[in-house]
Each structure stands twice: as C-alpha cells, then as structure tokens.
Design a protein around this ligand. Structure first.
Ligand code: ATP
Length: 210
C-alpha cells in the first residue's frame, strides 16, 4: 500500500522490524545505535518483566499457575522463584509463556501504533524466532558474534561464570539456524564497525518504508 493513499495516516504504514540474537551477541548495543539515529525501539524482554507486574490479569494467571510466592509482599516479581519452578517443570514454562507472550504482543502492537513520524520501529527480543513472533514483522535483523566473545562479554557484564553463560547459549537455537530466518545479519565480532552496519541497514529500511 502506497503511503500517499493515507495522506493523514502515514503511521499506519511504518514498518515493524525485529532485532534478535542469542545471549550476549549485542542486540541491545545495536538497538542503542538505532535509537541514537532516531528510531524508536521496543525492548520486549524488559517490557515483559513490567507486564508481569503491572497487568492484573497476567499477574492473577501467574499466581494461579505458580502460586503466591511468584510475587514479593511489595508486589515485585520474585524472578528467582519463578525461574526455579519453570526450570524444573518445563510444562509450566510453556504455560507461563502462553500467558506472557500474547500480553507482550498486544502491548508491543499498541506501542508501535503510537509511534509517530518514523519510517519504521524496532522490536528487540532474544527468542523472537523460537517464539514465532518474527512472523508478524516486516523484516528481521540478526545480531551474531562468536560464542567465545559472547561468553567473555556476558561474564564481564553480569559477573556470571563461564559455565552459566555456556549453558544458556546451549539452550538457545544455534546461530547458523537463526540465519535462515534473517533478512539482515549484523556481525558483532569487532571486525566491522557496528555503526556502519546499522547505517547501511537503516538506509535500506528507509527506502523500503517509502
Ligand atoms: P542479552 O541477550 O544478554 O540481553 P545482548 O545481545 O543484548 O545480551 P549486549 O548487552 O548488547 O548483548 O552486549 C553484551 C555485552 O557486550 C555488553 O556489556 C556490551 O556492552 C558488550 N558489547 C557488545 N558489543 C560490543 C562490542 N562490539 N565491543 C565491545 N563490547 C561489546
């Protein structure tokens, strides 16, 4: 649909672009560069944590599924309790995702609609391919980096052990598999400028949005 068919509703045709990649590949770093050139970014994993606290229906469903211990007395999410339970019972993880993902999708859609004057918006999430949410996007950008570098960067960032990072990498879909779904790949192994790579993709996305 051409933009000039909606002279007063240009926003309805702004594109939705996904940025994904495994743990520590540099998704957030890449998204900050997009933000610095004026592109709005929805950090879906961060939003999900807020939705689990603020959305009363989601909250009640989580309590029904995992118990009152899911929240502290001050109302905040007891993330370590939830992580412990769903780690042991994978069925509960599936149900938890089926509660949280649709609420995040709806919130993200409302957010996207509210963004005015942009050729496209970005949604950042780690498990976009695994969850199937990439299907509703116009284009997908994959950020990749070698495992060793990812391990070093996450250990430095989170003060975590090599073993912890490795076990999270091993649980995720391999990067080579993810590449099959991507329209653009950003290589974050330090050999190419991230800013240049983002800028090149930005130009292509801008022309797609016209
Ligand atoms: P997660 O999935 O864990 O949220 P992420 O994919 O969003 O991770 P970032 O948080 O952007 O990854 O990057 C991981 C760490 O590596 C951060 O501390 C970041 O500052 C650092 N980092 C990312 N890219 C580079 C780079 N090109 N050079 C140096 N450090 C980098």
């Amino acid at each position: 649909m051409k933009k000039d068919q909606f002279p007063d509703e240009k926003r309805q045709v702004s594109l939705q672009i996904g940025v994904t990649g495994g743990i520590g590949t540099g998704k957030t770093t890449v998204c900050k560069i997009f933000e610095s050139i004026g592109i709005p970014v929805y950090y879906a994993d961060d939003r999900a944590k807020n939705i689990m606290v603020e959305n009363l229906s989601v909250r009640q469903q989580i309590i029904d599924l995992l118990g009152e211990e899911s929240y502290f007395e001050n109302g905040q999410l007891n993330r370590s309790y939830i992580a412990k339970v769903v780690f042991k019972e994978s069925d509960k993880l599936k149900i938890l995702n089926s509660i949280v993902h649709p609420a995040v999708r709806e919130d993200g859609e409302k957010w996207h609609q509210s963004q005015i004057g942009t050729p496209y918006t970005i949604k950042e999430a780690a498990l976009m391919i695994e969850s199937g949410s990439y299907k509703s996007l116009d284009r997908l950008i994959l950020v990749t980096a070698p495992d060793e570098l990812r391990i070093k960067r996450v250990m430095a960032r989170d003060n975590s052990t090599r073993k912890e990072v490795l076990s999270r990498i091993e649980k995720q879909m391999p990067e080579t598999e993810k590449m099959k779904y991507a329209d653009f790949v950003i290589n974050n192994d330090g050999s190419e400028s991230l800013v240049k790579q983002v800028y090149t993709i930005h130009q292509k996305l801008k022309s797609l949005a016209l």
